[in-house]
Ligand binder design. Structure first.
Ligand code: ADP
Ligand code: MG
Length: 702
């Protein structure tokens, strides 16, 4: 065992050009200069860039790399890369291996085919990638396909952000700036920097590859468009945290090894609620690196699954009737000297920082609830949110009984008592001493305080964490900016801070909800409280350009109005395209696989009925079966015709938001009808004739 642990220690980060390697391989001066750039204190010195590039190249070549690439995250939510060889031909017909500082810092992919939401016309298709030195460079691949990866931001000729990383980095700057103002005002003199942290818990399904290959819907859309419920679902609740199946355990080991090499601290793994559903969680890190790491995690999960004859499904709702997959985003803020700002402290002073930051989050989430909802709006997640599972579509905050009690007391004019802890300690202020670990586990809340961090649970399993996280960073930065404005001009900071906390507690109490988020009464209650409930992704996306959002992003220099608009358009278009692909796939399967199967079955029943009746028997049950099959086949046929008409109608709508709305309002319900008819047929058509692997097979056979 010792050997095994030693080798893990050797393996971890072995393919990353990390701090240790930089220290070893860079001249002292260059190393120091790069560190300053990484911390955001200065631009990279071009002379240093050449030295760094050269050191990276030598290291990468030792690892077997022949190429480098700028690795970026266009607005598809996926990653993109274009490989360039290190070779540089010489006049004597040979070649040198070169990599310059210029090549490290900047790339120019011809990027006309990435979504830009109208930001970049094809005639000026050039996009630029710029090295993001805050996320470490790494080597990935095998044998002759080993590449040096340079995490990069991606923008247009005019400097508009065309990716997910740029606004995330900008939002981190904004959050740092505003939080530091608040910390200084509250008397913190030593911290220099604040970073947002993220630990994303990734859920996914694993199914045997042989079933996947027989499901055109899974191949083309990532989810099953047909499938009657399995006689057994998740009702036995025996899968959650159950012992891992051997095949799955060995898959997970391989995933961990691959991730560890890349410096991704994959830590926790377990069975999830639904059969064949699993989760992987890393140790948290800064939100930018965590986002890159989550992209790598999704890629490695899929790659290693294939190597093990599995397919990894990252879709939010691959199977109707069993739980979908999310990506819980655990988020907090930490100072460079190691203070977690959401850690309730032991002294009144720490408490004040904690309560101010907590209040800022409460106000931000209430004020920008629609915007947060919009960050998780896609066609897949729509099947999850508000569908009696996972979190609902209503944004609310779980604080736990004790914190809620304190907030209520603050709202009423100052906290006097802590619910479980007896008298409050009164220090420089009347803020209470907060006991730790008093928050319960509430699994139904979309935005839960879990002891020393918030957990945003609405994020979909296939989504990049960048979108939800840059929005969360920015809305919190915005409220902290308001608070800093107040504190900086206050005569006594403690009194001012208390006033702010009290005001927020009063104004935003409605966003706090500690109960069960799945019960229907909550929907009524939320409505009474005036909380938005947007079950439709299209509605949520449509709220992005609300005035307060446009002002928010431009004030904190995270996105200009044009950049924001482009993002909204892309979300609408992606939504419409996803449903269009699903509808066309559905029609294809219904017409070419399911109808023929139904016809074959009714044909054989019919032949049986004629021969049995001519032999003189009444043939009652076969006739009934035949009638039922024919009836269902007719309704399938009619629903197919309606779906075809719906798709034509939606496709013809030109206006971008209306186009998306048509897919939501017209195509989705028509698809539901086709599915119902087909799933009913599945329940009676002879198993050997049915053309698709069943839910029972996919979810229970390994
Ligand atoms: P759960 O009980 O919700 O399954 P865990 O305790 O396993 O969660 O932690 C979930 C995730 O939260 C992990 O990725 C962990 O690293 C992360 N996490 C813990 N502390 C912080 C923090 N301060 N900031 C961000 N993420 C954190
Ligand atoms: Mg969790």
């Amino acid at each position: 065992m010792d050997n095994c642990n030693e080798s893990v220690a050797d393996i971890f980060g072995s393919n990353v050009f990390n701090d240790t390697i930089m220290r070893q391989r860079l001249p002292k001066e260059v190393y120091r200069s790069l560190k300053k750039t990484i911390l955001g204190y200065q631009q990279l010195d071009p002379a240093a860039a050449d030295v760094i590039a050269n050191a990276m190249k030598d290291w990468a070549i030792e690892k077997g790399a022949t190429h480098f690439c700028h690795w970026f995250q266009p607005m598809t939510g996926l990653t993109a890369e274009k490989h360039d060889a290190f070779i540089s031909p010489t006049s004597d017909g040979k070649t040198m291996l070169e990599f310059s500082g210029k090549e490290l810092i900047k790339g120019e992919p011809d990027a006309s085919s990435f979504p830009s939401g109208g930001l970049r016309a094809t005639f000026e298709a050039r996009g630029y990638t710029a090295w993001d030195c805050t996320s470490p460079v790494f080597v990935k691949g095998k044998g002759s396909n080993t590449i040096l990866y340079i995490p990069s931001a991606f923008c247009s000729y005019t400097g508009d952000a065309l990716d997910k990383k740029t606004p995330l980095l900008r939002s981190m700057d904004a959050l740092n700036k505003q939080t530091m103002r608040v910390l200084r005002a509250l008397g913190n003199k030593q911290s220099k920097h604040v970073a947002a942290t993220l630990g994303p818990e990734q859920e996914y399904f694993l199914i045997d590859r042989s079933f996947f290959l027989e499901r055109p819907d899974l191949i083309l859309t990532g989810r099953t468009l047909f499938g009657a419920s399995s006689p057994r679902g998740q009702e036995m609740e025996d899968h959650y945290f159950g012992a891992l199946h051997e095949r799955v355990a060995s898959f997970m080991n391989e995933v961990n090894m691959e991730l560890w090499k890349l410096g991704v601290a994959a830590k926790t793994q377990h069975n999830e609620v639904a059969p064949s559903q699993y989760e992987l969680a890393p140790v948290f890190t800064t939100v930018n690196v965590a986002t890159d790491h989550n992209q790598l995690t999704m890629e490695i999960l899929q790659k290693v699954a294939l190597q093990n004859d599995f397919v990894c499904l990252l879709h939010e709702k691959p199977f109707a009737g069993v739980n979908g997959s999310g990506k819980h985003n655990n988020w907090s803020m930490v100072t460079d000297d190691g203070f977690n700002l959401l850690e309730p402290g032991n002294t009144p002073h720490d408490n004040m920082v904690f309560l101010v930051v907590l209040s800022a989050v409460i106000r931000a989430v209430d004020k920008y609830a629609k915007l947060l909802r919009a960050t998780v709006a896609n066609a897949g997640n729509e099947h999850r949110l508000g569908a009696n599972e996972a979190p609902p579509a209503i944004v609310s905050i779980f604080l736990g009984e004790q914190l809620t009690d304190i907030i209520e007391q603050l709202a009423a004019g100052g906290a006097k008592k802590s619910k479980q802890g007896g008298e409050l300690k009164l220090g420089v202020s009347t803020l209470p001493t907060l006991p730790r670990d008093t928050t319960d586990r509430n699994r139904t809340s979309p935005f839960a305080f879990t002891g020393n961090k918030f957990e945003f649970r609405m994020v979909g399993s296939s989504q990049s964490t960048a979108g939800p996280m840059f929005v969360l960073n920015t809305i919190v930065a915005d409220v902290l900016c308001e608070i800093a404005d107040e504190l900086e001009k206050a005569k006594t900071v403690e009194t001012a801070a208390q006033k702010i906390i009290q005001k927020i507690a009063n104004e935003h109490h409605r966003i706090i909800y500690n109960g069960d988020n799945y019960v229907p009464e909550w929907i009524e209650e939320a409505e009474k409280r005036g909380l938005p409930n947007m079950r439709s992704s299209v509605e949520a996306i449509g709220s992005i350009m609300d005035k307060q959002n446009v002002e928010l992003f431009s004030k904190h220099k995270v996105l200009s109005k044009t950049e924001l608009h482009a993002r909204m358009d892309i979300l609408f278009e992606t939504y419409a395209k996803s449903i269009n692909i699903e509808a066309l796939t559905m029609l294809n399967i219904a017409k070419r696989q399911i109808l023929p199967a139904a016809a074959e079955f009714s044909g054989s029943l019919g032949a049986g009925v004629s021969s049995i009746t001519s032999a003189g028997s009444a043939c009652v049950s076969q006739k009934k079966m035949l009638d039922e099959v024919c009836g269902l086949t007719d309704s399938l046929y009619r629903s197919i015709e309606s779906l075809e008409a719906a798709v034509d109608k939606a496709a013809a709508v030109k206006d971008v938001p209306k186009h998306a709305a048509a897919y939501h309002d017209i195509v989705r319900p028509a698809m539901q009808k086709v599915r119902e008819a087909a799933d009913n047929l599945e329940k009676i058509v002879e198993a050997d004739i049915w053309p698709l692997p069943t839910y029972a097979e996919m979810l229970f056979i390994k």
